[in-house]
Design a protein around this ligand. Structure first.
Ligand code: DQA
Length: 148
């Protein structure tokens, strides 16, 4: 497995810190990028963090991650609940995929309870706030160490 990890974020996550702070917390997207990059540095991972509101852009990033056999941490945001295209791209990945949700989607509206991505993810972290990203990176680092 490559030490490169892509942390990919779907629609509206660029608005973290101002968006529904009661649900998603006060951490800004810039702070989230910093958290992931710092965690990656500490763990010896080459972490690349991205966010997009355009589905085709996420698909392109997932294709590139598949070609590189890279590990991915993905918060598909609203696409989790209906994008078969995102799921199909995730199914092509050859490295591990950790799906992260900041909020606990199971305690929210019913339409959020199902993620079409989860069945093709290695694992899912949800409801632990932005700490879920840090935990996902720790998990990927420990997998890498086990397979090294
Ligand atoms: C989210 C949960 C989704 O239901 C929502 O559409 C998001 C963020 C989360 O991180 O909790 O945009 O994925």
């Amino acid at each position: 497995m490559s030490a490169r990890v892509y942390v990919l974020n779907g629609p509206n996550l660029g608005r973290l810190g101002t968006r529904q702070v009661d649900v998603y917390g006060v951490t800004s997207y810039a702070d989230l990028v910093e958290l992931c990059e710092t965690t990656g540095r500490d763990l010896g991972l080459d972490v690349v963090v991205r966010q997009t509101d355009a589905e085709h852009e996420l698909l392109g990033w997932l294709h590139a991650a598949a070609d590189e056999r890279a590990a991915v941490v993905l918060n598909p945001a609203a696409w989790s609940h209906y994008s078969i295209a995102v799921r199909d791209a995730c199914a092509m990945l050859r490295g591990p995929l950790v799906e992260v949700h900041i909020s606990n989607i199971h305690t929210r509206e019913e339409f959020r309870h199902h993620s079409v991505v989860s069945a093709v993810a290695t694992g899912v972290i949800c409801g632990l706030g932005v700490d879920g990203y840090r935990l996902a990176l720790h998990h990927l680092a420990s997998r890498r160490d086990q397979t090294a």
